[in-house]
Write a protein that binds this ligand. Structure first.
Ligand code: 1PR
Length: 469
């Protein structure tokens, strides 16, 4: 709104819309039509539609931000949305407008998430949607192209299935998708080369076609190769986003950095470059661990960490924190000051307890903080979502670490993505039935074509778990 007001565009837009000229607002493009918004505010909107944009209330039992594929209920003929009432569309936001008697003539669909909020509005040629058609796969594209989408069945927020591409430069200098066993990505051969499972842009395009609900790129050597010096990664994002119409997340190397010539780059600049290149969300690993340690030590939010700065500027729905914990078995939970749990499967020496130690630099260094403490701290610092890996399970194909995922997904009220260890379709239904994870991510089984994404979705559907088909 600041920019629109400063440039005179606010007034111009208002008179354009008043004249019923063709308009399509997306996300904030819907919210700014209202009188005001509580986000970073109150901020005055264009005031064309009665109502105030407020924050979701997590005491209604929902995780905030609202991230993922949800169903919408068409309430009135809207021309562009009439055919998508039974399909999932992609939302990512913490604030929403509510229907009321005063704005009834505008509301064309609603969505249920804790309460019924406005999913779209229409009056004459003026349309706006809270969800992202440009990220809603074929259904969203059908809205933009004014075509009829295929039939589907959607009733609530779907559990997401995410394909993850761990990316790094191999010894020949090519950027490849690789995959580790407990984070070790080198082949155990004489050459000891980096495992090469394909090209990042090609695989991302393939997973989009196969039905992935999101694609994540993790620049796994970002902690040592500064991403803005690593232009291929930005190019990967640019090319991938030309053909992938579901959300893209990118992580690796998001931190403040001073290069060899003494030029300083802020983490905000790194994130901005990732967003400009096509990322919808960025993911922070090591730097979030340092920020959480500092916060727990000082009990003060400095506002200076990459996590706090990026979430302040771009909103917490755009900031994922990626956690790389390692399980440490304990004989006695009192042996550590961190949160420990009674494990389902005892350790190698019959230990009944474990804590989950956070690591940095791709699992190379253990830190004095547990996954539980980290998750709660980063939620307070502004993370919008947690990507929960587990070094012990990574690449093992024996299933997710249910104990860990339950611990973390019960501890926070932001969405948690379960990661590491998927080896069969049953592992996905297990994680969704036994924990409060909002999404499950896998890498190896998709790269090696052992289990197609479609089979995961069909299995979940059979098990009565809502998914986007
Ligand atoms: O610390 O901010 O530079 O971020 C680095 C990022 O790179 C972190 O998100 C970290 O998780 C990731 N990373 C670093 N080293 C590795 C490695 O494997 N050597 N990859 C790595 C993490 C874990 C998952 C993996 C799942 C699923 N990979 O992303 O894809 O475990 O695998 P599976 O289904 O095959 O079991 P920073």
């Amino acid at each position: 709104m600041d920019v629109l007001n400063k440039t005179g565009m606010g007034e111009a837009l208002s008179s354009y819309i008043e004249q019923d000229r063709p308009f399509l607002g997306i996300c904030l493009g819907l919210q700014l039509l209202f009188e005001s918004s509580d986000e970073n505010g109150p901020v005055k909107g264009l005031g064309l539609i009665p109502g105030v944009v407020g924050r979701f209330d997590s005491s209604n039992g929902v995780r905030v931000p609202h991230i993922g594929w949800n169903a919408i209920q068409i309430t009135r003929e809207s021309q562009i949305l009439d055919d998508i009432g039974n399909r999932h569309v992609y939302f990512v936001h913490s604030y929403r407008a509510m229907p009321s008697d005063d704005n009834r003539e505008w509301v064309s669909s609603t969505c249920n998430y804790g309460d019924n909020f406005i999913a779209s509005i229409r009056r004459g040629n003026v349309h706006a949607v809270q969800f992202h058609p440009e990220k809603s796969g074929d259904v969203g594209l059908s809205v933009l192209r004014r075509q009829k989408p295929a039939q589907g069945k959607a009733s609530e927020l779907a559990k997401r299935v995410i394909a993850c591409l761990d990316v790094r430069t191999n010894d020949k200098g090519d950027l490849v998708v690789t995959k580790g066993d407990q984070y070790d990505v080198r082949e155990h051969t004489k050459e000891n080369e980096v495992r090469n499972l394909g090209k990042p842009v090609d695989l991302a395009g393939q997973y989009y076609k196969d039905g992935a609900d999101e694609v994540s790129f993790l620049n796994i050597t970002g902690f040592r190769d500064f991403p803005l010096g690593d232009l291929p990664m930005l190019q990967v994002l640019r090319h991938a986003s030309e053909n992938v119409f579901v959300p893209l997340t990118v992580g690796g190397g998001i931190r403040d950095f001073t290069d060899a010539n003494g030029r300083y780059y802020s983490s905000l600049e790194v994130a901005a470059e990732y967003f400009r290149s096509g990322a919808d969300k960025i993911s922070i690993g090591s730097d979030a661990v340092y920020a959480a340690e500092e916060y727990l030590k000082t009990k003060v939010k400095s506002g200076k960490s990459s996590l706090e700065q990026i979430s302040r500027v771009y909103g917490n729905q755009a900031v994922v924190v990626s956690i790389d914990p390692r399980r440490v078995y304990l004989k006695d939970p009192k042996d550590v000051e961190f949160k420990s749990i009674r494990v389902t499967n005892p350790g190698p020496n019959g230990e009944q307890y474990a804590w989950y130690q956070c690591t940095v630099n791709g699992g190379r260094e253990g830190r004095p903080i547990g996954a539980y403490e980290l998750a709660k701290a980063v939620e307070e610092l502004g993370a919008g979502e947690i990507l929960l890996n587990c070094i012990d399970c990574d690449g093992q194909g024996k299933g997710f670490d249910i104990d860990l995922i339950k611990l973390i997904s019960d501890a926070v009220s932001i969405p948690v993505i379960a990661s590491s260890g998927a080896g069969a379709v049953e592992h996905f239904s297990e994680v969704f039935s036994k924990t409060n994870a909002s999404a499950a991510l896998a890498a190896g089984i998709f790269h090696r074509k052992e289990v197609p994404i479609q089979s995961v979705k069909e299995h979940l559907l059979q098990e009565g778990i809502e998914v986007r088909m």
